[in-house]
Design a protein. Structure first.
Length: 217
């Protein structure tokens, strides 16, 4: 009799096969991007039939969902650990870059060009909001802004992206400014657009963090 919380041999085997399928999927994504993901090709690589593989993932979208969920969960965990250690907005920015550089394909799957025809389920949206929640928490700790400009006014009326976070308009602007500008630098770096330009992207990213840290106060 299998004790509560322990996997049976069949369950362990299923977990291992699903993990290998995901590894093969990441290899395909690295080679040809997410739109080129093919479950039949993965099945051939693993010596399985197509129908056999579909017992582990019902289709391409389910596999992509699992990969995206893992990616978002990894960033959420990195942010949670950074926040627990007292990281401010700049600290979260450094955590973001470390996570992105650790696996650029993972980064591009969630923050690159959307996969045609794919729609993420609600639980992934909730993880994305958890990530943004850490940014909003750090932004809110800086206190209220001295005045509201056009962006603050706009965001106070268009804050769906912030979920139910109680951040004031100044905190919304701070978090959004960090998020968008840092992703801009990271996307260029990871896509190789700085290659051959003769400077260190890490220094550029650090300077952007410093500029943002002063601009949002």
């Amino acid at each position: 009799m299998v004790g509560k919380g322990k996997e049976t041999p069949r369950e362990r085997y299923r977990t291992q096969v699903r993990a290998e399928i995901k590894e093969r999927a990441w290899e395909q994504i690295a080679a040809s991007g997410a739109p080129g993901l093919s479950l039949n090709s993965i099945a051939k690589q693993m010596g399985m039939s197509g129908p056999a593989l579909y017992r582990y993932f019902a289709g391409r979208d389910e596999l992509i969902t699992e990969l995206i969920r893992d990616a978002y969960r990894g960033l959420a965990d990195a942010f949670r650990a950074a926040a627990a250690s007292g990281a401010d907005l700049a600290g979260l920015g450094r955590a973001l870059r470390a996570w992105a550089l650790d696996d650029p394909q993972r980064y591009f799957l969630v923050y690159g060009t959307p996969v045609p025809g794919y729609h993420a389920p609600e639980d992934i949206t909730l993880i994305a909001r958890e990530i943004m929640g850490h940014m909003l928490d750090a932004a809110a700790r800086l206190g209220e802004g001295s005045e509201e400009g056009p962006l603050e006014v706009h965001l106070s009326e268009h804050r769906q992206w912030a979920g139910d976070h109680p951040a004031d308009p100044a905190a919304l602007r701070r978090a959004l400014s960090f998020w968008t500008r840092l992703h801009g630098v990271l996307s260029l770096e990871l896509a190789g657009h700085f290659t051959g330009m003769g400077f260190d992207p890490a220094v550029l990213y650090g300077a952007e963090l410093d500029t943002l840290a002063h601009a949002v106060r």
